[in-house]
Design a protein around this ligand. Structure first.
Ligand code: DX5
Ligand code: ZN
Length: 220
């Protein structure tokens, strides 16, 4: 199984985005957390800054939209060239229509669920998505503790993806570090977001490599 390590820039030095992203040249995608202070109680960055990041790096962008009204805003992130755009199931009015629109605009379409949101209704419509993001913390902030009960949700999602025969990626986001990545990998995740683990490490590049090796060792 192929593994992807997508560092989140949420906890990097925002006054030096170009330099901070250059540190993770071995990342598969740069994970960009867009927060609107409504869907989550935090405000980060939006379209103009994502557009500037897109111009400043060759690393593909994995935009995680923690915003209300994604049906209205998400397509613009695809239009500026984001390779992957993930919106929240709890916020979308018409997730199938929105995923189809994102794909039509050339982006991978991702669907995210908060820890208390059941994944089952969405397993019926897996073919509409390129990635399922299982949040392993409550969205809003970096540096929180991995919610270990999410392991079962990852396992059930992996079973459904395998049964479908589709190449839908399973992403985990929140509290992923050298201590927790093996739980998520063994449960069936293949795409790992790590924010504070990467940006608080002395050497971000090396930390990405360490996480990748651990994920490889524990995935099946
Ligand atoms: C949380 C964000 C995460 C966050 C992860 O709402 O979606 O991407 O940056 O940070 P860590 O890895 O520190 O939990
Ligand atoms: Zn995220």
């Amino acid at each position: 199984m192929s593994i992807r390590i997508n560092p989140s820039i949420l906890n990097c030095d925002f006054s030096n985005l170009r330099g901070e992203i250059a540190k993770i040249s071995n990342a598969d995608f740069a994970h960009i957390d867009v927060m609107d202070n409504h869907f989550v109680p935090n405000l980060t960055l939006g379209l103009p800054i994502v557009e500037a990041i897109k111009k400043a790096t060759k690393i593909p962008l994995d935009c995680h939209l923690m915003i209300e009204k994604p049906d209205l805003w998400a397509p613009q992130y695809a239009e500026i060239g984001s390779e992957s755009v993930t919106f929240h199931a709890e916020a979308a009015q018409a997730p199938i229509r929105l995923a189809r629109e994102l794909r039509k605009l050339g982006a991978r379409a991702g669907l995210a669920v908060k820890p208390a949101t059941p994944i089952e209704p969405y397993l019926e419509i897996l073919s509409e998505f390129d990635m399922i993001l299982i949040m392993t913390v409550e969205p809003g902030f970096g540096g929180q503790k991995f919610i270990s009960q999410m392991q079962q949700k990852i396992i059930r999602t992996r079973e459904a993806v395998n049964k479908s025969g589709l190449d839908v990626w399973i992403q985990v986001d929140g509290g992923i570090s050298r201590d927790t990545i093996e739980i998520a990998a063994a449960a069936g995740a293949d795409t790992f977001v790590a924010g504070s683990a990467v940006y608080s490490a002395a050497d971000a590049y090396q930390e990405v490599e360490s996480l990748r090796n651990l994920a490889h060792a524990h995935c099946h």
